[in-house]
Design a protein. Structure first.
Length: 74
């Protein structure tokens, strides 16, 4: 795997991690259902195909913006 591809996967993975951790925190902080129903319920509620598609789309956009800024600033 090329260095550029690996860097893209790592950066997109980090964006996905932040996206899902934000959703999971919302289950416990905002709605409060995570505290009542438990962690397994919250994970099932958060990890859905729709959320994954949104997360991957956001990661692609975020990676594109970071690359654009990286090129312009260097």
């Amino acid at each position: 795997m090329s260095k550029r591809t690996l860097r893209a996967l790592v950066e997109m993975g980090f964006i996905l991690f932040l996206f899902y951790s934000n959703l999971l925190m919302g289950e416990f902080e905002r709605s409060g259902r995570g505290e009542r129903q438990g962690l397994v319920w919250a994970l099932r509620d958060v990890v859905t195909p729709t959320n994954f598609a949104i997360g991957v789309g956001s990661a692609l956009v975020g990676f594109g913006i970071v690359e654009l800024l990286r090129k312009r600033l260097s």
